[in-house]
Write a protein that binds this ligand. Structure first.
Ligand code: SF4
Length: 325
């Protein structure tokens, strides 16, 4: 007789996929934790404070939660800012970091100034718009960043600079601009979700007046941005004052020409007390003197970090060397 000897295969537990706590809206987190049970609503504020205010990445250190609550949180969630893939410092103090998310990378730039420090965040990996002055535009759109990844850049920078737990006046990163890789209004869902957490007093607690969203002119979403975030800054990459030249430099102008852009900017300005910035590097001094001679206040924004390719329009990740088709 044959004798069959069975060998029991070892039971391998499949690890449970946990969610990144960074980027989950307060409403969603409240709903999810209520379903898990044993989380009163004030606990959500406590959890947000640990994450966004104190920069605590270890759930075990959320000391005002019970052990049961910490265990539950660890079972279903983790905290992830992405990976720091490179960190470069310019001679003018500008710092460019490369942050990795699931195999993709984006650049985030910190620009220190006398009275403020601005973090320039990316909203997409690559970009479809192909503006002629922009290095990112030579890299095809790989994908939109999700809300965790937009916020992850901020968290990574705040962590690197030991900037958690400070009051507004003491923060190194006091301002944010959505002016890095990608067109933020083409990723409106994630960008607006990130803005909500950035401006929540229990979240990153940034005043709307300290945030600027830069667009090449996605007209249908400018007014919506103004309505949903009254007080937020808007920057327009104008680059030319007539449609013929602008369509050559900023191709999206063919879809939404200058007249429509100006009309929506006027609507935006009615909703907002904050200023609209116009980026127009061509003949900038000449243009500035015309405005100044008309008796208006004008400042010329300096481009920073050019030696490490961190200036406006210079961002492009080396990891994705795909030419735009
Ligand atoms: Fe895209 Fe902005 Fe560059 Fe234009 S300027 S190609 S919209 S990243």
């Amino acid at each position: 007789n044959n004798i069959n000897i069975g060998v029991a295969s070892p039971v391998v537990a499949t690890p449970k996929k946990t969610k990144n706590l960074i980027g989950i809206s307060k409403e969603d987190l409240t709903k999810q934790l209520t379903e898990l049970g044993d989380f009163q609503s004030y606990r959500i504020d406590q959890i947000w404070s640990w994450i966004y205010n104190k920069g605590q990445k270890n759930i075990d250190n959320f000391s005002n939660l019970s052990n049961v609550q910490k265990s539950l949180l660890k079972e279903y969630y983790h905290i992830d800012y992405g990976t720091l893939d490179s960190d470069q410092l310019s001679k003018d103090g500008t710092r460019k970091i490369l942050v990795g998310f699931s195999g993709d990378q984006v650049e985030t730039v910190f620009i220190p100034e006398a009275r403020r420090g601005t973090l320039c965040v990316s909203s997409q990996v690559g970009c479809t718009f192909g503006c002629k002055f922009c290095f990112t535009g030579t890299q095809r759109l790989v994908r939109n960043l999700n809300v965790s990844e937009i916020l992850g850049q901020f968290m990574m920078a705040r962590s690197l600079m030991n900037d958690f737990g400070h009051t507004t006046e003491k923060r190194l990163i006091s301002n944010v601009v959505f002016m890095g890789m990608g067109e933020p209004l083409m990723n409106y869902r994630a960008a607006s979700a990130a803005l909500r957490i950035m401006t929540d007093p229990n979240g990153l607690s940034l005043s709307k007046s300290r945030i600027t969203v830069s667009t090449s002119g996605v007209v249908p979403l400018i007014e919506r941005l103004g309505k949903e975030f009254p007080g937020i800054g808007l920057a327009i990459s104008l680059h030319a004052s007539n449609n013929k030249t602008r369509s050559e430099i900023v191709p999206i102008n063919q879809q939404w020409p200058i007249e429509e852009l100006i009309k929506t900017c006027i609507e935006f300005s009615k909703l907002n007390t904050n200023k609209i910035t116009i980026d127009k590097p061509e003949k900038i001094k000449e243009f500035a003197s015309i405005i100044a001679n008309a008796g208006l206040k004008v400042t010329i924004r300096q481009s920073r970090g050019q030696d490490i390719l961190a200036a406006c329009g210079q961002l492009k990740t080396e990891s994705v060397k795909v030419k735009k088709t």
